[in-house]
Each structure stands twice: as structure tokens, then as C-alpha cells.
Write a protein that binds this ligand. Structure first.
Ligand code: CP3
Length: 358
């Protein structure tokens, strides 16, 4: 067909890697594994590089982005790299005054309250994020056959930071706007979906082998509200990438009740946190999408025999899925011993290669 994904990839190249094959529900030599937040504070080499550079500044320097992205690939031999950036990078490029505060996360100077605030979020082009374009090109050249994952934040999770002004446990202001001013809500999410899609298309044009749309906080919503207020906007982003020829992953935390709807939003792979076993998740998502997950990041603090048993259980339950990418159920915590991550990668590879059907 005319679809880029039907073309035969170069054998052994990133588009034929175990990771991309699993995303496409094709068999491979082993179950691929990478970790959300694999580049970050768990690594001493990351802390060294970031010692005197602010988070947003580091995201805007292609040399630093390249080095930080490569660190976990060298150390752990993961099956994919993920671009070092943050979900608020394109929002800052769109003109929103914000910072990423150590130990807190994104903080927005003037939270969004009105339609004028929404219209101040400018649509972005490649030139607004040229440093990302450059970093991706450098990384693709360095990585060879290892695929690079691009990513962006989904409209709900971005909207939460913009409306709350920072991280929130309840998302109370966000929900107040959503329920109280639905037209303003849809205008905001529509604009954020545009920015997100443009940001992801820049990454695809520069050569990423897959994209992940993070809707980390969508689990705060009921399924009915997710379908009404969020799904159409996320579906717009994912549909805008349908011709991009790369697998699309869609992830959120606490989304057990939303997995069916999140699958319908149009991704090729649905990320699952540790609360829902992968066989149960597959029952909810259906046979047409692969799953990604779902080791509890806190299990990495347990004695190794516990870690090993959990990895075995997840690989077993992942066999019910039409494709499985091993990952954590959420990001690596900063206190994690990186040597445990390295051992998990080796164990996933060893156990899944033995079972021989992936
Ligand atoms: O996964 C990777 O290795 C790629 C890098 C990446 C970062 N942020 C780097 C980062 C990715 C994929 C993100 C996405 C992101 N950012 C999400 C979605 C994923 C998720 O965890 O749910 C969200 C919600 C954010 C917003 C954000 N940015 C938070 C909550 C934080 C942590 C605040 C803190 O200090 O604990 C950030 C900052 C951030 N983004 C750091 C990193 C490595 C830490 C900053 C530092 O090292 O000083």
C-alpha cells in the first residue's frame, strides 16, 4: 500500500529493530526493553553534566541533549533511546513563560484563565525548535541501528500544568475550567494539540523511529469525562501522525479504567502502569495494539530475587498481548541504583530469548 509503514525497512536498521517490530506486533529475537526517564538523575554521569546547567537550557543545547540521551544506551544496552527533552519544551517555544524547577517540575508564570491567554500560545514551526531538530539528527547518526523515540505531552497533561501553574495532586483548577467553561477548555486543548503535533512532526522529519504521547495525568478523569474532554484532542494528534510511518505509543498513569478509550485514541502501542496486569490490559485494549510496561518503579528498590520474580511475571502476562515492549509502569525514580536497571535489561533479554516466540 501507500502507507510508509508497509515498506520493507533496511534489515537490522532501526525500523527493523526488536523495539519497532514489537510496536508493530511483529515477532523478534527478544522482548525489547527501555525505561521512561532512563536519562536522568539516577545516573551519576547525568548529574555531572547537569551540575551547572538549568533543565530548560540543557534541552536547548543539541550537544548536551545528544550526550544525555546516549548515556543510558551505553550503560544499560536498552533497545531504544528516548530524546532528552521535556513535555513543556514546545510550550515554552510557543511563547509561554515557564521554568522547570528542580524537585518541583514545570512552573508557569501566568496560568491560563481566558481565551486571550489561550491565543497567546503561538503555533510553532521547525524554526522555533531548531535545537530539537538538530539534536535528533545528531542522535540518529550516532545511534546507528538503535531506534530513537521522540515524544511530547498530550493536551490534558499540558493543560494541567498551564492551568494549575505547576504540579497538582487534584487537578482542581484544571477540572474547574473543564467543567465550568467547556468552550475555553476545548480551545485550550485544541491549541495544545496543534503545538504537540507540530513538535512531533519536527521530530519525525528529523528521523525518530517512534513517538510517545505522554498523557501522564489523564488517570485523574473518569472514562466518560476522558472521552468527552480529552480523547478527541489526543486522537487529533495521533491521527495527524498516521502518515508518518512510525509507531505511536500512548501512555498515562492510573489509566486502568481508561485503557479501552486510550487505545481508541489511535496509538499503535498503549502504555500500562503497574496497577493493571498486562493480560488484563490486553483484554481491555484488544488485539490490534501492542502494550508497553509495566514494572512498578519501586520494585527496583527490592532485593534482586523480588525484582527477578516480577520481571518473569510481567513477561508471562505480556505474552497475552499481540506485542510487548518491556518498560516500567512510570519513570525511573532518581534514587534508583542504575546497576539494577542494567541487570533488568539483561534479564528481560535472556528470559524472552529463551521463550523463543517473540
Ligand atoms: O524519559 C526520558 O529519559 C526522557 C526525558 C524526559 C524528561 N521529562 C526529562 C526530565 C521525559 C520523557 C519527560 C517527560 C515529562 N516531563 C512528563 C511525562 C512523563 C512522566 O514522567 O509522567 C512530565 C509529566 C514532565 C513534567 C516534569 N518535568 C516533571 C514532573 C519533572 C520532575 C520534577 C522533579 O524535579 O522531580 C520534570 C523535570 C525533568 N524532566 C527532569 C528530567 C530528567 C528532572 C530535572 C533535573 O534533572 O533537574
Amino acid at each position: 500500500g501507500a502507507d510508509a509503514r508497509d515498506e520493507d525497512p533496511r534489515p537490522g536498521g532501526p525500523a527493523d529493530s526488536p523495539f519497532v517490530r514489537a510496536c508493530r506486533r511483529q515477532p523478534g529475537p527478544h522482548t525489547p526493553v527501555w525505561f521512561m526517564r532512563q536519562a536522568g538523575r539516577s545516573l551519576p554521569e547525568y548529574r555531572a553534566i547537569r551540575a551547572n546547567v538549568g533543565m530548560l537550557e540543557s534541552c536547548r543545547r543539541p550537544d548536551l541533549v545528544t550526550e544525555i540521551t546516549l548515556q543510558p544506551v551505553r550503560r544499560h544496552a536498552v533497545d531504544a533511546a528516548i530524546l532528552f527533552s521535556d513535555i513543556v519544551v514546545p510550550v515554552a517555544a510557543a511563547g509561554v513563560d515557564l521554568d522547570i524547577v528542580p524537585g518541583t517540575g514545570p512552573v508557569v508564570a501566568e496560568p491560563v484563565r481566558t481565551l486571550t491567554d489561550v491565543e497567546r500560545i503561538r503555533p510553532i514551526t521547525r524554526d522555533d525548535v531548531s535545537y530539537v531538530d538538530e539534536a535528533v539528527r545528531m542522535l540518529v547518526a550516532e545511534l546507528g541501528d538503535t531506534p530513537l523515540i521522540g515524544f511530547a505531552g498530550a493536551p490534558f497533561t499540558l493543560a494541567s500544568y498551564l492551568v494549575e501553574g505547576g504540579p497538582s495532586r487534584t487537578h482542581a483548577k484544571t477540572k474547574a475550567l473543564m467543567y465550568g467553561q467547556p468552550e475555553l477548555w476545548h480551545a485550550l486543548c485544541g491549541r495544545l494539540a496543534e503545538v504537540t503535533l507540530a513538535f512531533l512532526r519536527v521530530q519525525v522529519a528529523a528521523g525518530v523511529s517512534a513517538v510517545q504521547l505522554f498523557d501522564s495525568w489523564a488517570g485523574a478523569l473518569s472514562e466518560a469525562d476522558y472521552r468527552r474532554f480529552v480523547l478527541p484532542h489526543s486522537a487529533g494528534v495521533l491521527a495527524g501522525l498516521a502518515d508518518a510511518g512510525v509507531p505511536r505509543i500512548h501512555f498515562g498513569v492510573g489509566t486502568g479504567e481508561l485503557l479501552t478509550a486510550m487505545g481508541e485514541a489511535g496509538a499503535d502501542v498503549v502504555g500500562v502502569d503497574w496497577r493493571t496486569p498486562l493480560d488484563v490490559a490486553t483484554g481491555r485494549i484488544g488485539p490490534d495494539r501492542a502494550v508497553q510496561g509495566n514494572l512498578d518503579p519501586c520494585v527496583l528498590f527490592a532485593p534482586w530475587p523480588v525484582v527477578e520474580a516480577e520481571v518473569r511475571r510481567i513477561l508471562e502476562q505480556g505474552r497475552a498481548a499481540p506485542g510487548h515492549v518491556f518498560n516500567l509502569g512510570h519513570g525511573v525514580l532518581p534514587e534508583t541504583d542504575p546497576d539494577v536497571l542494567t541487570r533488568v535489561v539483561a534479564l528481560v533479554h535472556e528470559l524472552s530469548a529463551q521463550s523463543g516466540d517473540r
